[in-house]
Design a protein around this ligand. Structure first.
Ligand code: GLC
Length: 439
C-alpha cells in the first residue's frame, strides 16, 4: 500500500485519486469573440456590445456525444463544464435569470445535453460555477470588473447588493444540484480578496468567502449532493487544491499544516480556456503526455481543458491534442489509473518519472529521454520479479549489481544498482513506459 497519507476531505475523493484524468470544458458566449474567455473584462466591453454575442449564439453543430466519445477515448474519466463563467451567461435553463442559453438561438438547455451525453459514456459529471459574475446587476464593480474604469463606476455600485447576489448563487447551485441527477464535482471559481484598485479606484476591492457567503453555499451543496467533491476556490478549504497553468514540482502541501493534500492541476492546450481562434501556443504532443505523467508522479490529477467553438464543435487542434492522449493512453493507462507517487525508496533515474500502483505492487518508469542500451536503477535491487514494456508487454531483461558487458569489467559491482537492458530503438511511443512487477 502507498504510504502517502493526505489531509482528510469532507467529500469522497477515493474515485477521484484513482481516475486521475479529466476533461475541463470552457464554453460560453466568449466562444464568439474567440479571443479569450475574459474578453469582456480585458476589453471592458459594454453590455450592449456583449449582447451581440448573446443574440448570435447559435451552436448548430453542438454534439456532446461526440465530445464525450473523444474524452473517453483520450482516457479521461470525468468532466467539468462551465455552467456559468465570469461573463454571467448561463448554459443551463435557470429560473433566476433570462441571461441563459434557452433565450438565444441555441434554444435549449446545453448543460442537460452535456450531462446526458457524458454520463452515457460512463464519465463522472462536474459543474464549474463562476463566483464572479460580470452581468448580474447586484455584483459590485471591483478591480477586475469590465466597468472598473467607467468614470461613474462608484455611482454604478449604488444599490448593488452582494447579499442578493449570494442568494442568486445559492438558488442556481440548488438548480444545478437538483435537476441533473448525481453530480460528482462542483468547481467554484474564484476568490481574489487580496486585490485592490489603485489611485482613484482604490475604493475597489476584490472578493472572497464572505462576499460569496461561502459557508452557506458549501453547506447547501453538501446537503443536496452528499459526497460531492468541491474545490477550494471559495477561499474555504474543501476537497481539492487546484494549481493552474503551472507544473508543480512537489506533491502539494497544506500551507499551514504541511499535510499532503488532494490536488488537481488544470491545464490548457493553448493558453486560454475559452476558444481562442488566433492563439498559436499549442502544446506539443510530448508536452501533453509529460504533463499528465508529471502530475501523477507527484500524486496529483490532471484536468485538461478544451474550449469548443461557437458552432459547438471541438476545433481540429483540440481534436488532434485529444488524439495524442488517446493513442498514448490506449497502451499506457495502467501507469496512470490507480497510480500515485512512487515510494521514496525507489530513486527516480535520470530523465525519468516514476509512478506506483496504489497497492504498491507495480512501479512504472516513464522514459522522458530514451537512453542508449541501459537504464540504471537504484533502490530496486532484489525487489524486481519481472519487467516489461507496458505498451506491448515485451520482456525487459535486468540484472542486479552491474552492467553485463565484457568491457564493463572495470565498473565496480554495486549491489545497490539494477540494470535494465533496453533495445537501441525507442519503442514507437511518445513516452515509453517500463512496468516493474515487484516481488
Ligand atoms: C481562472 C480564470 C478562468 C478559468 C479558470 C480555470 O481562474 O479566471 O478563466 O476558468 O482559471 O481554472
Amino acid at each position: 500500500m502507498s504510504s502517502y497519507v493526505t489531509r482528510k476531505t469532507p467529500g469522497d475523493t477515493s474515485w477521484f485519486t484513482h481516475d486521475r484524468f479529466g476533461m475541463f470544458i470552457h464554453w460560453g458566449l466568449y466562444a464568439l469573440p474567440a479571443r479569450h474567455e475574459w474578453i469582456k473584462s480585458r476589453e471592458k466591453i459594454s453590455e450592449e456590445h456583449y449582447d451581440l454575442y448573446f443574440k448570435h449564439f447559435n451552436p448548430d453543430l453542438y454534439d456532446p456525444t461526440e465530445w464525450a466519445r473523444q474524452a473517453k477515448a483520450a482516457g479521461m474519466k470525468y468532466v467539468v463544464m462551465t455552467a456559468k463563467h465570469h461573463e454571467g451567461f448561463c448554459m443551463f435553463d435557470t429560473q433566476y435569470t433570462d441571461y441563459k442559453c434557452t433565450n438565444t438561438p441555441a434554444g435549449r438547455d446545453l448543460i442537460r445535453e452535456y450531462v446526458d451525453a457524458f454520463r452515457g459514456e460512463g464519465l463522472r459529471i462536474g459543474f464549474y460555477y463562476s463566483l464572479i459574475d460580470w452581468h448580474h446587476p447586484d455584483f459590485t464593480i471591483d478591480p477586475i470588473h469590465p466597468r472598473r474604469d467607467d468614470p461613474d463606476a462608484k455611482e454604478q455600485n449604488q444599490g448593488r447588493d452582494m447579499h442578493r447576489y449570494a442568494e442568486y448563487m445559492r438558488n442556481q447551485v440548488t438548480e444545478l444540484l437538483t435537476n441533473y441527477g448525481k453530480i460528482d464535482i462542483l468547481w467554484f471559481d474564484f476568490s481574489y480578496s487580496q486585490d485592490r484598485g489603485t489611485g482613484e479606484n482604490a475604493w475597489q476591492v476584490g472578493k472572497g468567502k464572505d462576499d460569496w457567503e461561502a459557508e452557506q453555499l458549501i453547506a447547501l451543496a453538501r446537503r443536496l449532493q452528499p459526497g460531492i467533491i468541491i474545490d477550494n476556490r471559495t477561499e474555504i478549504d474543501q476537497d481539492i487544491w487546484t494549481p493552474e497553468q503551472y507544473q508543480p514540482t512537489e506533491w502539494i502541501r497544506h500551507p499551514e499544516t504541511g499535510e499532503l493534500v488532494t490536488w488537481e492541476a488544470c491545464q490548457t492546450f493553448s493558453g486560454s480556456w475559452g476558444y481562442y481562434r488566433d492563439e498559436m501556443t499549442w502544446k506539443s504532443p510530448e508536452m501533453l503526455i509529460r504533463m499528465l505523467v508529471n502530475t501523477v508522479s507527484l500524486g496529483g490529477n490532471l484536468l485538461m481543458n478544451v474550449g469548443p467553438t461557437a458552432r459547438g464543435y471541438l476545433d481540429y487542434r483540440a481534436e488532434a491534442a485529444l488524439a495524442v492522449y488517446a493513442e498514448w493512453m490506449k497502451y499506457n493507462s495502467r501507469s496512470i489509473y490507480g497510480c500515485t507517487m512512487a515510494e521514496p525508496e525507489f530513486e527516480t533515474p535520470t530523465d525519468c518519472r516514476l509512478t506506483q500502483s496504489q497497492d504498491g505492487s507495480r512501479i512504472y518508469i516513464h522514459l522522458f529521454a530514451y537512453p542508449f542500451a541501459h537504464l540504471k536503477l537504484r533502490g530496486f535491487s532484489g525487489k524486481i520479479e519481472y519487467a516489461q514494456f507496458l505498451h506491448d508487454g515485451s520482456e525487459v531483461l535486468f540484472s542486479d549489481g552491474c552492467i553485463n558487458h565484457f568491457s564493463a569489467q572495470n565498473e565496480k559491482t554495486d549491489s545497490e544498482i539494477t540494470v535494465l537492458y533496453l533495445p537501441d530503438v525507442k519503442p514507437h511511443c511518445l513516452v515509453p513506459v517500463i512496468e516493474i512487477f515487484l516481488k
